[in-house]
Write a protein that binds this ligand. Sequence first.
Ligand SMILES: Cc1ncc(COP(=O)(O)O)c(C=O)c1O
Length: 446
Amino acid sequence: MRRATVIDPGAAEETRATGARPEPGEARRWGERHQDRWLERWIRSTEDLARLQYSHRMLDAVIDEIDGRQIRIGEQWLTDYASCNYLGLDLDPEIIEAVPEYLRRWGTHPSSSRLLGSPTLFGDIEARLTALLGCEDSLVLPTITHIHMSVIPVLAGGGTLFLDSRAHRTLYDGCALAVGRGATIRRFAHNDLDWLEALLRDGSWRRPGMICLDGVGAVTGNSPDLAAFASLARAHDVILYVDDAHGFGVIGERSPAEPCDYGVRGNSIVRHMGESYENVVLVGGFSKAYSSLLAFIACPAALKQVLKTAAPPYLYSGPSPVASLATVLEGLRVNDRTGEALRARLHRLTERVLGRVRELGLATPNQSGFPIVHLPLVDPDSVDEVGERLFEAGIYATMAVYPLVPRDEIGFRLQLTAAHTDEQIDHLCAVLGRLADRFQSEPFAG
Ligand SMILES: Cc1ncc(COP(=O)(O)O)c(C=O)c1O
């Protein structure tokens, strides 16, 4: 098992004590010792995060081989519950076989920024996406992170960002960048509409205003009361900026013909909640349910035009490679043809796991039935040991460790996908039974 490099504090002390200029030939070692001092300080200041990388086989792992949802790490085969390939499109033979034709026609990569020239693939994707989402227009850029970092500062200007305290890290980073350009952040407790309303009613904030929050939560698997947030945004004439990385492709508009509670078409949280895009800007991506590398902002056409020059990635960043554009387009076709069957399967497999969690009396924040199941531990300090037992049992999960989650929520997250098999879920349910006493029991305290 990998362990963090241990910095020898003695070496740094020695350098501090002599304080002398090094003799010739000593320079390199002096430099190294001097470096130790800042490295030691820096490692200490980032200890919790550095520990993440080195402390467990389920962190920063190298995957040697895959076979369906099985992954091989060294000698060990495990079922992967850490990927967000919710629809299982990463393994879809039709999509895989379609990619080479795109490469033959377009080469591997456009390699110029979109402002300098976009292959028609981009326009095709935006047209299909706009129709799917039912929004006025959409703009695609490589990742959601790019979008948050570039679009939030543009929309915020010198105004005020009302930020949900449990918003995704990339939303925080986008807001932090906006602060550097003159915006102010006012945080409100997670999902706390009263708190947010009090902030909005307090007349001291500068316009423009924008509320930033997650759609389907990456940790909880739950969604906010989007209708209530949208109504507050409209009442106070501010934008509601929603990151639905985990909802897009999974949840969608409601229909009498829907095969499961996820709704149909996977067209994201705004449509799932029956909301309009008035005062709402939706951000989502293809890197989860669609198993590709591209992200979008659904916005008015006029804003899209502004963002083409005002949002740096459109001009300054390289675009997604052709294989990603191909898997997005083919993924959208598969979604049209068999999306409902994939979502029904995903829902059924998720229900099996949530049913087992309920049967064992385990705590989970998941009240939505969406395919993200977080299980907090009774003893947060046992996270490495329980992780080892999961690993040995062939279960690969996302370790939710501090500071990624609050200490009382330290545990494991399981993501289900339509490509898991019933046998894999049987095995997972059996392993959960063996480890049940290590997980918190209901009700969920967080
Ligand atoms: C809620 C949320 N937003 C944004 C991201 C980042 O997305 P991207 O990889 O497209 O930058 C993630 C995770 O990957 C996420 O879970």
